[in-house]
Design a protein around this ligand. Structure first.
Ligand code: FES
Length: 107
């Protein structure tokens, strides 16, 4: 299991919102979907848009630049599942949100 790093407190990310955080110098998009937290690569694979600033619709986030959507549970783009963003493990410890970079994470 990769090392988990505290990136936020639970109350800083209300349900239905997201933000960009740094994990070991890498920008990660972190979201709260009805109390479940998800973390993905912040960089949209289309043209580099900031997914942490995207609009949430359930477990889908829409890139703020051109509207590509990604499923936070899988990292896949529903319109074309061959296009993905990396997903990161998330753990809640007390009121801390902790994220790990998987070994396969590459930017
Ligand atoms: S940069 Fe994300 S949809 Fe274009």
């Amino acid at each position: 299991m990769p090392k988990l790093i505290t990136v936020a407190r639970v109350e800083e990310i209300p349900p239905g919102t997201g933000r960009t955080v740094q994990v070991e110098g890498i920008r990660i998009a972190l979201y709260n979907v009805e109390g479940s937290f998800y973390a993905i690569d912040n960089t949209c694979p289309h043209a580099g848009g900031p997914l942490g600033e995207g609009h949430l619709d359930g477990c889908l986030v829409k890139c703020p630049w051109h509207g590509w959507q990604f499923d936070l549970r899988t990292g896949e783009r529903p319109e074309n599942p061959d296009i993905t963003v990396a997903c990161c493990p998330v753990q809640i410890k007390g009121n801390e949100v902790q994220v790990a970079l998987p070994d396969t994470f590459s930017i």
